[in-house]
Structure formats: structure tokens, C-alpha cells
Design a protein around this ligand. Structure first.
Ligand code: HEM
Length: 319
């Protein structure tokens, strides 16, 4: 059991959870990054609601959102860390896990500050429908990310998160990894977007994505994929120059990714000059660390062979 405030101990315990030989590509890193991003990506600048403060995914209203399908695995992988460091809030733990995972997988160091609090009930959980829909295009990306306060360059840098991990048919309806080494953070996603020929493909569940058909691949090799939103990054005239720059210059991408991911996990958080969070929830309730949850992953129900939200098809598969 660590002392309250010993974030180095928490970091070490997160690192110890990364290796997962029986899970996906052998690492919990990608799902930790997605967990941190989804905990933040509900932010709405106008109403100043959503964002990482609160850890609303502990409640069915947010955790059970089909857009969050699969993240129950990331949350369950972090339960042993919560057990060893019960003083940490889930909102700090999930954001720190994303930052540690990026770094451990070879990515840049992302600035992280503690102090988020956990909601005490689900009354402030943001409404569903605020996360992006991979089946759409550039206008949709702007609609979603401008709402959080990002610009076009930041959207492209953030989308570079797809250097990691994979799509799962029983989670989002999409299928496959974006890059050959999905547990190594790099700028490969941008290089492949520009270099390979992406062909539209309709999956057995009716969902449309893009695949690279490698003429030299063996029959059981898994094809690389792109979401329609990823492809929009090379079609849109304002996004494309950033894809080109990040494909050419890994250091520039790492620098921009570190900045934008740090901004993402701070959305909606207000701090005083000492860095102490002054959001009303924190001021009224203090740094409330919610009680530990179960170690078993429970999440949105699986829908055999298709998109979890699909009712007769998956016309708007979400991540
Ligand atoms: C630009 C809008 C985005 C869309 C439409 C989108 C969509 C998706 C979808 C459909 C999946 C597959 C989920 C599954 O089936 O398991 C996914 C996975 C993932 N996304 Fe995104 N995403 C977006 C932005 C981001 C951002 C900003 C990040 C982080 C900076 C990110 C990081 C990831 C990671 C790491 C995975 C892999 C998770 C795993 O392997 O379990 N995505 N995303």
C-alpha cells in the first residue's frame, strides 16, 4: 500500500499491468490510452460539462454507452493498481494510465497533473453521443473536436493515437489494426495513410471501413485498416498538410501529440496558480477517491458477430 500522493508508486504499478500475453497484441497499453481519451472526450466547452473530472464511466450511464464498449477491460486491468493505491481517484488513475502507456510504448512524455475528483453519483455524467463516430468524415470530426476546443492541427495530432491498438468487431463494429506494430508508438499511422492504397471494404456485419490489400500477404495475415474518419484526414485540404508533416517528421508529431494529449486530459479542469483544482465539485467535495470496483470486466453487452449497438446493421458505428 503506497502513501497518499506517491504517484511514482502508482506509475510503477501501472507499468506492471501493461504486459498481457493473453490479451489482444499482448499489451493493455492501447486500451489504457483509449480509456484516458474517452474519459476526456465528452467535454463540451460551451456548457463546461464532461471531461476527465468525475470518472463517470464507473456508472452505467457512461460506462454502458456502446461508444465505450471494450473499455471495461482497461478499467478492470487497472483495479489491482487501485487496490494497491486506494487513495487515488479513478479520474486521476485513468488519465495517468494513458500517459504512462504512451510513454512505455515508446511515445513522448506527456505532462500530467493530479487532483481530479470522482463523482459521488451519476447526476453529472455527460449525456451519451459526444464521442466521435468512425463511420463519418471531416465535418463530423470538426463538429466533435471544435466542441472540445481543438483546432485542425490538434485534431490530426490526436488522431495519431491510432498508431496504437486495434478495432474489434464486437466493440465498435470495425475490425483490425492500423499499423503492423500496434503496441509501439510511432508516426507509422500517418506514413501508411499516405503510402498505401486504401480500398473500401464492407465487413460481414455491414460496417464499411478501408483496408490495404497486400499482394504478398499470406492467407491468414490480418489486413491493416483505416476508419472512414482516418481517411478523411488525407482528403480534407486543411487536415492533409498535417498528415504529411507528421509522416515526414516523427519528432514534430511526438512534440505536438504530447501537447495535445496533455490538453485533452485537462479539459474542463481549472487550477489555481499552485496547480490545485478549483472546480466546484473539488472545492465542495474535496479530493474524493471512489471506493474500489470489481476486478471483473463488465461492460456493454456483446452482440454476436457485429456492432454492439447494431439493431439490424450498424449504420453509425462508434468507437
Ligand atoms: C478522431 C476521432 C476518433 C475516432 C472516430 C476513433 C475511433 C476509434 C474506433 C472505432 C476504435 C476501435 C474500438 C474497438 O473496436 O475496440 C478506436 C480505437 C482506439 N482509439 Fe480511437 N478514435 C478517434 C480518436 C482517438 C484519439 C483522439 C485517440 C487518442 C489520442 C484514440 C486512440 C485509440 C486507441 C489507442 C484505440 C485502440 C484501443 C484498443 O486497442 O483497444 N482515438 N478508435
Amino acid at each position: 500500500m503506497s502513501n497518499p500522493g506517491d504517484y511514482s508508486a502508482v506509475r510503477r504499478d501501472i507499468v506492471a499491468q501493461l504486459k498481457k500475453p493473453d490479451y489482444d497484441d499482448g499489451s493493455a497499453g492501447p486500451v489504457f490510452v483509449r480509456l484516458a481519451w474517452h474519459s476526456a472526450g465528452t467535454y463540451d466547452a460551451e456548457s463546461d460539462t464532461g471531461g476527465t473530472n468525475g470518472a463517470g464511466m464507473r456508472y452505467e450511464a457512461e460506462g454502458g454507452d456502446p461508444a465505450n464498449a471494450g473499455l471495461q477491460h482497461g478499467r478492470a486491468f487497472l483495479e489491482p493498481v487501485k487496490e494497491k493505491n486506494p487513495w487515488i481517484t479513478y479520474s486521476d488513475l485513468w488519465t495517468l494510465a494513458g500517459v504512462v502507456a504512451v510513454e512505455e510504448m515508446g511515445g513522448p512524455k506527456v505532462a500530467w497533473k493530479p487532483g481530479r475528483t470522482d463523482l459521488v453519483d451519476d447526476s453529472k455524467v455527460p449525456p451519451r453521443g459526444r464521442l466521435p463516430d468512425g463511420a463519418q468524415g471531416a465535418d463530423h470530426l470538426r463538429f466533435i473536436f471544435y466542441r472540445m476546443g481543438f483546432n485542425d492541427q490538434e485534431i490530426v495530432a490526436l488522431a495519431g493515437g491510432h498508431n496504437l491498438g486495434r478495432c474489434h468487431m464486437d466493440r465498435s463494429g470495425f475490425e483490425g489494426p492500423w499499423v503492423n506494430n500496434p503496441t509501439r508508438f510511432s508516426n507509422q499511422f500517418f506514413k501508411l495513410l499516405l503510402k498505401l492504397e486504401w480500398k473500401p471494404r464492407t465487413l460481414s456485419n455491414g460496417v464499411q471501413q478501408f483496408n490495404y490489400v497486400d499482394p504478398d500477404a499470406d492467407e491468414d495475415d490480418e489486413p491493416l485498416m483505416m476508419l472512414p474518419t482516418d481517411i478523411s484526414l488525407i482528403i480534407d485540404p486543411s487536415f492533409r498538410p498535417w498528415v504529411e508533416r507528421y509522416a515526414e517528421d516523427k519528432d514534430l508529431f511526438f512534440d505536438h501529440f504530447a501537447k495535445v494529449f496533455a490538453k485533452l486530459i485537462e479539459l474542463g479542469i481549472r487550477r489555481d496558480e499552485k496547480g490545485v483544482i478549483v472546480n466546484t465539485d473539488n472545492v465542495k467535495g474535496g479530493y474524493v477517491s471512489a471506493a474500489k470496483k470489481s476486478n471483473t470486466a463488465t461492460g456493454p453487452p456483446k452482440n454476436e458477430g457485429g456492432c454492439p449497438r447494431a439493431q439490424g446493421g450498424c449504420p453509425r458505428a462508434r468507437l
